[in-house]
Write a protein that binds this ligand. Structure first.
Ligand code: ZLV
Ligand code: CA
Ligand code: ZN
Length: 396
């Protein structure tokens, strides 16, 4: 069996389970698992599924979940039921353990199944890389970067990324984790705080008093003790509202090229949270699908085995556009897709796409007017300067 290979010779696999989207965080909660349906519909409408291997992701097992999480926490996740009481009509029972049941991390029907499916998809992706059956493995249901060993946080209950990286570390000496979600990838950073085998790089909006989770300052680079091998292996790129494609691409390539040069990773995990796109319900950047996708393009060009996971993204139609476009980049269908400006007529839920149903809407189509850009070129230079200095302490 030769498998399906894209014209450039990459084996791409797509790990997806339609069961995930049947879960609901609640009417007013911004996280809509249904965006995965929209993404898969678009990927299929463009025919991209013919150019990759498609796997129905399985649920991660208890043992797989406890490769990172404590058994106390996983046991609790497995047994808690949504408990709306007469005093708690919206299901936001906030006095539960492990940060569960508040408005960010509500308890809902099938929560454990949802978490296991997200974990299973990313873990399957990691295993395909380990066995060299895939060069690029895509799991849009993963990317839940805030979950801690023993705590839920920011819409994330199980850290599928940490579980996938632990799997990669069985075979790969060094793994580079890159996070373009608009929020700081704190859970992944913390999990690998004391090892020099994982470097974490997060690009995010940073405004500690007003924006979740409030961590990820430029100067936070891992443990301060030089005796700790993890020192200098956490890279943070704090940004302000309104950053543009041009600036982001420039910054991304400058930062990542330096990290790759010094750290020499054997595999990459790229978290593609789509809340960094213009028009997101929570994020306030000015990124277009093209700018967001340029990060995927750049990483692919490094020629290293790579897992691509999802993450945030709160305007479902924009999430689907970006993740379909990025699937196209991975499978080398990019030019076909860009040439077909119109979203195909037979796309399920096509009416959801608005803006004349184009795949790559302009900033005017999305926002009317771009948001004010609060990132100066001077500040971006400072960031590159700081990252370069940190990397002096890093070697492969
Ligand atoms: O995209 O939340 O601001 C990966 C990801 O990175 C907070 N949470 C916390 C800190 C104090 N609270 C406020 C509680 C908010 C309750 C419910 C919302 C409800 C409606 C609309 C927006 C939010 C919301 N919550 C916006 N930002 C938050 C953050 C959590 C962000 C998680 C991002 C997850 C999947
Ligand atoms: Ca981030
Ligand atoms: Zn986010």
């Amino acid at each position: 069996e030769l498998g399906i290979t894209t014209p450039k010779g990459y084996d791409v696999s797509f790990h997806y389970n339609p069961e995930m989207e049947r879960h609901h965080f609640g009417q007013t909660h911004p996280m809509k698992p249904w965006r995965l349906t929209l993404t898969k519909g678009l990927v299929t409408a463009y025919g991209m599924h013919y150019t990759m291997k498609n796997y129905t992701a399985r649920a991660a097992t208890y043992d797989e979940l406890t490769s990172f999480h404590t058994s106390d926490y996983v046991d609790f996740l497995a047994t808690v039921a949504p408990q709306p009481t007469p005093l708690d009509l919206d299901g936001t029972n906030s006095d539960l353990k492990f940060n569960l049941g508040g408005s960010d991390c509500p308890l809902f029907e099938g929560l454990y199944n949802y978490c296991s499916l997200s974990g299973g998809a990313s873990l399957d992706a990691a295993r395909k890389l380990c066995t060299k059956q895939s060069d690029i493995a895509i799991a849009w249901g993963g990317g839940l970067h805030h979950a801690k060993r023993s705590e839920a946080s920011g819409f994330c209950y199980v850290n599928d990324i940490v579980i996938a990286i632990l799997q990669l570390l069985r075979v790969h000496k060094r793994v580079l984790y890159i996070d373009i979600d608009v929020h700081h990838g704190d859970g992944v950073e913390e999990a690998f705080f004391s090892t020099d085998r994982v470097m974490t790089v997060s690009f995010h909006k940073y405004d500690p008093m007003n924006f979740f989770p409030g961590t990820g300052a430029l100067e936070d680079n891992g443990p301060k003790s030089e005796h700790n091998p993890g020192a200098h292996h956490a890279i943070n790129v704090p940004l302000n509202d309104g950053i543009t494609d041009e600036q982001y691409k420039w910054l991304f390539e400058n930062v990542i090229s330096r990290c790759v040069e010094k750290f020499k990773p054997e595999a990459i995990v790229l978290q593609c949270g789509a809340d960094s796109l213009a028009g997101d319900r929570l994020g306030k950047f000015n990124l277009l699908v093209q700018g967001h996708g340029s990060c995927v393009e750049y990483c692919k060009g490094l020629g290293l085995p790579m897992i691509i996971v999802g993450g945030g993204g709160y305007t479902p139609k924009n999430v689907a556009r970006a993740w379909a476009y990025e699937t196209a980049i991975a499978t080398n269908n990019q030019s076909n897709v860009a040439a077909t400006a119109e979203i195909p007529l037979h796309t399920p839920y096509r009416k959801n796409f608005e803006y004349d149903s184009v795949l790559l809407p302009s900033i005017e189509q999305i926002l009317g007017d771009a948001r004010q850009n609060r990132n100066t070129q001077k500040r971006l230079q400072e960031i590159i300067q700081h990252v370069t200095e940190q990397l002096r302490f890093v070697s492969a």
